[in-house]
Design a protein around this ligand. Sequence first.
Ligand code: C5P
Length: 233
Amino acid sequence: MNNAVIIACDFNSKDEVVKFLDKFSRGESLYIKIGMELFYAEGSSIIKEIKDRGHKIFLDLKLHDIPTTVKKAMKVLSNYDIDMVNVHASGTKNMMKAAIEGLTRENGERPLLIAVTQLTSTSEEVMKEDILIDRSIDDVVVSYAKNAKECGLDGVVCSAKEADMVHKHCGNDFLTVTPGIRFTDDEKGDQKRVVTPAMAKEIGSNFIVVGRSITKADNPVEAYNRCCKDFLG
Ligand code: C5P
């Protein structure tokens, strides 16, 4: 499955997640993103809770540390029943190679490993002023994506606006996982580089990650179905 709507379950307790998932029909298989907030609050038991309901999991912990530490942390994560996990590409090629080594299980299998390029909350001005990267966002995203591909990762997290460019440089099989998704009538919140689900489809994004536009909607199931119709339909 190389196209899906991933729901960012940015809640801070299992109870809230369960209440949210209970709104969907039993037997409907969703792709759920567990972020730092939920994982730090509930630990690994939240993975089993969601898996037992038949859903797929993207564990969004965005690892970024020295290669040895990332390798050891990934080895621990390789024991979990997850489908996708990520690191920051800015952690360097050595760190990404170490991440793959740690994540690969003894039988050679592993969850998808994706690299964050630039957060979709970061604008080009902020990247230049705060992190002193004096290049365009596009240059940075393409360069980080090429590094990730060279290290054997499966794809990158980027803005949907950049998905086509990443595919041109890294091939159509290299996955683009794209947060910063909003319906035209939604608040942007802290996101800067946003697009609609329909635009993300047109640009060729593989996975859209949608949080508040679904979780904070008056009717989350309706909002999810609208995303699926616009992105997958
Ligand atoms: O609520 P919203 O749709 O903005 O949520 C987006 C989710 O995607 C959040 O969980 C955020 O941590 C995550 N994310 C992001 N930008 C990235 C990587 C992850 O917004 N580059």
